[in-house]
Design a protein around this ligand. Sequence first.
Ligand SMILES: [Zn+2]
Length: 66
Amino acid sequence: MAYRTTVQCESCGSNIVPRMTFYNGRPTATFCPICGAIIQDFSPPLFKYIPVLIFVAMGIFLFMEY
Ligand SMILES: [Zn+2]
């Protein structure tokens, strides 16, 4: 039995072989090589909030300056 290595991209509808990105040796996400849309996101939930936390921290810092 052959493995199914292609998936249909939800964004552009093409049958593609997902590209995988790694962070610290762990897969973080697979994405479409044609349009760049994320197919699967393996990153832990906290990972997504880091930019938000930085933004909030900067907001607090700026607020404290004045
Ligand atoms: Zn695509």
